[in-house]
Design a protein around this ligand. Structure first.
Ligand code: HEM
Length: 453
């Protein structure tokens, strides 16, 4: 059956929010956003004293902010300002002229052809991980798949980005990135926080993590400039890139900010997507069987390569469906730089705009089975019936995720290689709770046992 999208244009509803509810919102922002759209609809205005907050949950509204009038919406929000404490003026958090210049310089490194060139790196990292699973297969000991996915995606992006000898530095890199992410989560949950110069244990850990990462990046830059580095890494591309309009090159600090941005943006997102995908497959064996049949038919036992991905269509649909139900980037925020009109409603300058792929992706007007794992949502006939911005796991418009192709290739190769060999089963009674941190993470990890096919 094909989806029939019954889209009615939403009108803006004003909802007064008691400040007493702020702790509840901080405790579980995802539950709050979901409840709000159920109770108040797809276009909500919360007048909060000096803050005018708008929650948008309709494809037309999202398209307006991300695409049609995107120049009016900046990233000057708590979400991005907090991230900027570790990513500086990197692509994810910068704005305006500076952002455009950086995007022009970095974009070529993410050209599809270049991304396909990372296939072997992805496959090697995955095979190393699968070998390390063997003792768990033999003993039946469970493994935290979330941790495994965090490690493998960090190895992949670390190698593609820096070409570091990961065996030597993987632990340092993982430690530094996790410490930084821990700080971002902590900081985003505090309404008022001490300045970073106050030497609390968390602040000291954070600064040490940042220093560790700085040192690794310096080492990689030195290797590259001395001709020792791999010339294909994203860092090499960035070192060589000059802006075609201004002929400028990036400074050391700009490079550092971009490298940290890509490490942070490119690792936990893909890891979260993969973890939830393996969870969903463990709960839906019929979907898993379909994938395994496709993988066996296409690969006939050999290791997957990027050339196989266009033939693994059920795999592709399943990944898209996992990113629908658990979009790693569950919250996208913007600040209106000038007043605007949104579907007839006036938006004042400085308004905070909140858009959640999580709630949009579960909207019953646009999805045939909103809360079920149903990869057929992504059959071409179904996709045609949906407005473009009913689905935006990678954002959209000029600020579309620069790593979307990288992530799709990475997820495709990792899932294929795992399913080809193993079946992952959720440990009975393991509590699965979606925690909306920087990405959506399983609060208690994802403990699974691994079984040979
Ligand atoms: C499943 C994996 C991923 C998801 C769901 C995801 C999601 C997103 C989203 C939603 C945005 C837009 C944020 C906004 O508009 O406010 C974004 C931006 C970005 N992503 Fe990703 N991402 C993923 C993987 C990656 C990877 C692998 C990389 C790099 C290796 C990456 C690098 C970036 C960067 C640099 C930006 C900022 C782009 C700009 O504004 O110019 N992402 N991502």
């Amino acid at each position: 059956m094909i989806d029939t999208a019954v889209s009615h244009t939403p009108t803006c509803k004003v909802v007064n929010l008691s400040p007493l509810r702020i702790p509840e919102i901080q405790r579980n922002p995802l539950a709050f956003l979901q409840r709000s759209v159920v109770e108040h609809g797809d276009f909500i205005h919360y007048p909060l004293g000096l803050w005018e907050v708008y929650q948008l949950n309709h494809p037309e509204l999202i398209e307006h902010v991300l695409v049609t009038n995107q120049r009016n919406y900046s990233k000057n929000t708590v979400q991005y300002n907090t991230l900027a404490k570790i990513t500086g003026r990197g692509l994810l958090t910068s704005d305006g002229h500076f952002w455009r210049r950086q995007r022009r310089m970095i974009q070529p490194a993410f050209h599809r052809q270049r991304v396909l060139g990372w296939g072997q790196t992805i496959t090697n990292a995955t095979q190393t991980m699968l070998h390390s699973w063997e003792p768990f297969v033999q003993t039946g000991q469970p493994l935290d798949i979330d941790e495994e996915m965090m490690a493998v995606t960090l190895n992949i992006v670390g190698e593609a980005l820096l070409g570091l000898d990961l065996q030597a530095v993987a632990n340092k890199l993982t430690h530094a990135v996790l410490v930084l992410l821990d700080y971002v989560v902590y900081r985003s949950q505090q309404l008022v926080a001490l300045p970073l110069v106050v030497p609390t244990p968390r602040h000291r850990r954070f600064r040490k993590g940042l220093q560790m990462l700085d040192d690794l990046i310096d080492q990689a830059i030195r290797d590259h400039t001395q001709g020792k580095g791999n010339p294909d890494t994203i860092l090499s591309q960035m070192l060589m890139a000059g802006d075609r309009e201004t002929n400028e090159r990036m400074t050391r600090d700009e490079l550092r900010d971009e490298v940290i941005t890509l490490l942070v943006a490119g690792h936990e997102t893909a890891a979260s997507g993969l973890t939830w995908l393996f969870y969903l497959l463990s709960q839906n064996p019929e979907v898993e069987e379909e994938l395994v049949a496709e993988i066996d038919a296409v690969l006939n036992g050999r290791l997957p390569t990027t050339d196989d991905l266009p033939h693994l269509l059920a795999v592709e649909r399943t990944i898209a469906e996992a990113l629908r139900l658990y979009p790693p980037a569950w919250l996208i925020t913007r600040r209106a730089t000038a007043a605007d009109t949104l579907l007839g409603a006036s938006i004042p300058a400085n308004a905070l705009i909140i858009m959640s792929p999580y709630t949009m992706h579960r909207h019953p007007d646009f999805w045939q089975k909103p809360d079920q794992f149903y990869p057929d949502h992504f059959l071409p006939a179904s996709e045609k019936t949906r407005p473009r911005y009913a689905y935006f796991p990678f954002g959209g418009g000029a600020r579309l995720c620069i790593g979307d192709q990288f992530a799709k290739v990475e997820m495709g190769l990792v899932v294929t290689a795992v399913l080809q060999k193993y079946r992952l089963q959720l440990l009975p009674n393991h509590p699965v709770v979606a925690d909306p941190l920087v990405t959506i993470r399983p609060r208690h990890g994802m403990m699974m046992t691994i079984h040979r096919r």
